[in-house]
Design a protein around this ligand. Structure first.
Ligand code: SF4
Length: 551
């Protein structure tokens, strides 16, 4: 249980310095910006009742603007971008000028875990309420578009009847918990983190004590390094302790966007049954000590950077857990991020098969067809991955080919080209109000072009090419081999056009670090394929002894 916020005992000089950060634990509870004011005025979780009782009946025009652009997010709802507004105008328009009357809706799927019944419900909702849209996000969510507020009560009923939710899918809250897509069945896994994910969700998601955080709070829990743990606010990664056995190594303070930071190890070993308690301690530190004055400094990484791992661990132990944590070793680091694409043997002898849609784009129709094909193999479990992929579990060996053939007809490939496998893209200009450039369609064209142009290059691994529609990093551009940050650039004729700032050589795993932003490397969207082709050919020609791109 977390300690309540306490009045400051700091000396006046220190108090003065910290007052500007709005940290609750130091006694500064007065909101210092409109977001903090909105959360204080009304707990964002209360918006659900207003949506069901008022807005669903009164329609879009009945929505209080403070709910529309603020509290709706706690239930996974954002207004989507009005069609036809080009990216060059994004920064010049007021939010209401960018708002469409339709919503993006995010369904949180902790651990990316889906039964066939749930997959079918997601497909049916897409067809009925979302114009057949459905994207697999790199946070293991399903994201819809074209949702109307009038339909939300029916959508929630269908989701919740099937054991799914949109609660705290967005907002300054504990968002979806990433988990290994192959938890419990992979030979490489040190420990199955699923019970901890389930328990945290059961005890803390929707708990008003943790629904007003300084900003979003991203969690990853996995028995192997397959969930991008280095860039999470808090992460638990499987590790074997020489005395205590399998458990988790605790990381805090990772994050991308501006001021990216690789998370820091606290040097502790946490057994499975203590993960929820330690997670509650970390989120409580963030709630109470996190910076609330500036949104741009409100992620936990800023606190961890200022404090350092040692002080963070000390505060966690002394003030929240009231006990010492056990020291522990670092987890093993994979050479490359694990994406689970392809056919793999499970510990029980069955197979799991990972499929690659392009940049996570599927549809309700596709999800329903996947469910039918999976059912024919005798499997009943599907997982979404942090790389925008889809994995089918429990496939009998003699049914693998049948499944591969069926899903390849749906555009889901289990033996994809390196480009289809390595490309990720955020929502981009099609629907996102912050976007400056198009991303999903661009990613689709890029994959098609590269598959034709680079078929002569035999790369033994996928190169990650990630596209973002703006300077935020929803598609993790800083940790890609080739990261592309959407912005307006000047073409050869002096025109302002859509393009990308290039970051080269980022990675996770053994190469964990951020790509270098090369000053001269800006490409227009129309030149993108030529640019990537040049970079890849150059790498393939000069590479020595299996050298990795980030080396
Ligand atoms: Fe939107 Fe920018 Fe995130 Fe892409 S990176 S989804 S454009 S906020």
């Amino acid at each position: 249980m977390a300690s309540p916020a306490r009045p400051s005992t700091s000396r006046p000089a220190r108090a003065k310095q910290r007052r500007g950060e709005g940290q609750w634990a130091l006694g500064y509870r007065e909101p210092l910006n409109p977001n903090e004011r909105s959360k204080k005025d009304d707990n964002p979780l209360n918006v659900r009742a207003r949506i069901e009782n008022i807005y669903a009946h009164g329609g879009f025009d009945s929505i209080d603007p403070a709910d529309l652009r603020g509290r709706f997010r706690w239930f996974g709802l954002y207004t989507q971008r009005k069609p036809g507004i080009d990216g060059g105008r994004t920064a010049t328009l007021e939010p209401e000028e960018l708002d469409d009357r339709y919503f993006m809706l995010r369904v949180r799927l902790d651990g990316g875990a889906l039964s066939l019944a749930q997959l079918r419900v997601l497909g049916e909702i897409s067809q009925r309420y979302a114009r057949d849209t459905a994207d697999i996000t790199d946070r293991q969510n399903i994201q819809y578009h074209w949702i109307q507020v009038e339909d939300m009560p029916a959508i929630w009923k269908q989701l919740e009847d099937a054991g799914m939710t949109t609660m705290e899918a967005c907002g300054d809250s504990p968002r979806v918990i990433l988990g290994s897509p192959v938890a419990g069945i992979a030979a490489e896994e040190i420990i199955d983190g699923t019970p901890a994910i389930d328990e945290i969700k059961r005890r803390f998601i929707g708990d008003p004590r943790y629904s007003n955080l300084p900003r979003k709070f991203k969690t990853a829990i996995s028995g192997q390094a397959d969930v991008a743990h280095e860039i999470h606010d808090v992460a638990f990664v499987g590790v074997n302790h020489p005395e205590h056995g399998p458990g988790f190594d605790l990381w805090v303070g990772g994050g991308l966007s501006t001021n990216p930071m690789i998370g820091q190890r606290l040097g502790t070993w946490v057994p499975l049954d203590e993960v929820p308690e330690v997670w509650e301690g970390v989120i409580s530190v963030f709630r109470d000590y996190g910076y609330r004055r500036l949104r741009s400094r409100a992620r936990i990484k800023f606190l961890v950077k200022d404090w350092g791992a040692e002080k963070f661990r000390q505060v966690l132990q002394d003030e929240y857990l009231k006990r010492e944590l056990i020291d522990g070793p670092a987890p093993e680091v994979p050479e490359r991020p694990i994406d689970h694409v392809g056919v793999h043997k499970q510990v029980d002898g069955k197979r799991y098969v990972g499929f690659a849609p392009i940049a996570g784009r599927v549809s309700g129709t596709t999800l329903l067809a996947v469910a039918d094909a999976v059912e024919r193999t005798g499997s009943a479990r599907v997982r979404l991955t942090p790389q925008q992929k889809l994995v089918v579990l429990d496939v009998p060996e003699d049914k693998v080919t049948e499944l591969q053939v069926a899903l390849s007809k749906l555009g889901l490939d289990s033996e994809p080209s390196p480009w289809r496998r390595g490309v990720m893209a955020c929502t981009g200009l099609e629907f996102c109000k912050l976007a400056i450039v198009e991303t999903k369609a661009r990613a689709h064209d890029l994959v098609a072009d590269l598959e034709k142009r680079l078929s002569d290059i035999g790369l033994d691994e996928a190169l990650s090419v990630h596209l973002n529609g703006c300077p935020n990093s929803c598609a993790r551009i800083q940790t890609a081999d080739i990261g592309l940050k959407g912005q307006i650039v000047t073409d050869n004729d002096g025109n302002q056009v859509e393009g990308f700032q290039v970051h080269l050589g980022g990675g996770l795993g053994l190469d964990a670090g951020f790509g270098r932003k090369l000053r001269g490397h800006k490409v227009t969207s129309t030149e993108l394929t030529d640019y990537v082709e040049r970079v890849v050919r150059n790498f393939a020609e000069k590479r020595e002894n299996g050298e990795r791109f980030a080396q």
